[in-house]
Design a protein around this ligand. Structure first.
Ligand SMILES: Cc1ncc(COP(=O)(O)O)c(C=O)c1O
Length: 372
């Protein structure tokens, strides 16, 4: 049996998520009620009249159709609904990789995207987003990471935790590189549609090349993390390869959650627009807050998504700092060291619907005390 590593980021959330006043480190946009979703979209979900029978394994026709329209050349047959994108990650890793293979993984990145593969015997080669390069990916470095064992490149765009993005030219380059070496390319696009400071929207990798894989989620840009609905958009042979594994996990996604996700997807612009407005407001405050702390953080501003990864200028034990924040200030922020193997950083999320300023003010108080 696979011995699974401790998923430190998620364990940190599990420990404090429902205890603290402020979930400042979250990478999800602010949650909403059913009522708010109906108000924003102008639609209702017919709960009483809906069948509670299961949908087909790849998901309900209506949700697959709604999601497929987010991809320029998308067809419902290429969309496979999962119970959260965490399940999508599991299925892809299990179906694509075998012990002895190697995989190129952007780093830092949401750990599930590579840790599971490593636990299964795949060698992980980090493609670094370096702070000293303002987290810009260096495409030349890819050449040093590839050999005959390399089966997969995994990228997260926009990236969690750095907020770095890849735009069309760089993605095109990545597609050429993976094609040249016969490697499958997978981009986790759970933050798709969210911009920072009026910056560009990241294109989907599948709008550039149809042999690639894109994964998405209702949790992040949509702010509907309780639905636990995600998806894979991929060539049919990739989907066929994971179906038999899916019979051992959830078989199909929950029916009512898919209905709600369908309403949200049919009204993507309105739902993501609601979250973007919250993010923009909080980001304006965050910039001012950071501006007053130039001597504390060497901050590379994010370019996409709802999180940022400031680095302390002085050597600070971020594990201790984040523990203090949680225990004494009731604010949850993941430590870069503990959660992402990146020493000296903390991750801040700015998707809060209320209380963001109060949470940041508590971080300021904690800093004053901790750095004395
Ligand atoms: C980049 C990334 N991908 C996937 C996930 C998993 O999201 P979910 O399982 O809620 O769809 C997360 C969660 O934080 C994430 O940050």
């Amino acid at each position: 049996m696979t011995i699974y590593s401790v998923f430190q980021l998620e364990e940190w959330f599990e420990r404090y998520e429902f205890e603290v006043d402020h979930l400042l480190g979250s990478s999800s946009c602010a949650g909403m009620t059913m009522e708010e979703l109906c108000q924003i979209t102008g639609e209702t979900v017919d709960f009483a009249g809906s069948s509670l029978g299961a949908t087909p394994g790849p998901g309900s026709d209506e949700l697959r159709e709604a999601i497929s329209t987010w991809y320029k050349k998308g067809a419902p047959e290429n969309v496979y609904i999962t119970s959260s994108s965490t399940e999508a990650i599991f299925l892809l890793i299990e179906s694509i990789l075998s012990p002895g293979d190697s995989m190129i993984a952007m780093f830092p990145m949401y750990p599930a995207l590579y840790q599971l593969a490593e636990d299964n015997g795949t060698e992980i080669r980090h493609w670094h987003l370096r702070h000293e390069n303002r987290f810009e990916p260096d495409l030349d470095e890819l050449k040093e990471l590839v050999d005959d064992t390399t089966k997969l490149i995994v990228v997260n765009n926009p990236n969690n935790p750095t907020g770095q993005i890849m735009l069309r030219d760089d993605l095109q380059h990545l597609v050429h590189f993976s094609q040249e070496h016969g490697i499958r390319l997978w981009v986790d696009e759970v933050f798709r549609g969210i911009t920072v400071d009026g910056g560009p929207v990241t294109p989907s990798i599948r709008d550039i090349d149809s042999t690639t894989i894109s994964t998405g989620s209702m949790s992040k840009s949509f702010g509907l993390s309780g639905l636990r609905v995600g998806w894979i958009a991929a060539p049919e042979e990739v989907l066929e390869a994971l179906i038999h594994i899916r019979f051992y996990t959830t078989v199909t996604a929950p029916v009512m959650e898919q209905k709600i996700a369908t309403v949200a997807h049919r009204n993507r612009d309105k739902v993501i627009g609601r979250n973007q407005a919250i993010l923009d407001r909080n980001y304006t405050y965050l910039k001012q807050w950071m501006g007053k702390r130039n001597g504390v953080f060497d901050w590379v501003e994010p370019k996409g998504g709802p999180v940022t990864f400031p680095k302390f200028i002085d050597s600070v034990n971020t594990d201790d700092f984040c523990l203090k924040l949680a225990e004494d200030y009731s604010v949850l922020v993941p430590s870069g060291n503990y959660s992402f193997n990146a020493e000296g950083f903390i991750r801040i999320g700015f998707g809060h619907s209320s209380g963001f300023e109060e949470a940041m003010s508590r971080v300021g108080d904690a800093l004053n005390q901790f750095l004395k």
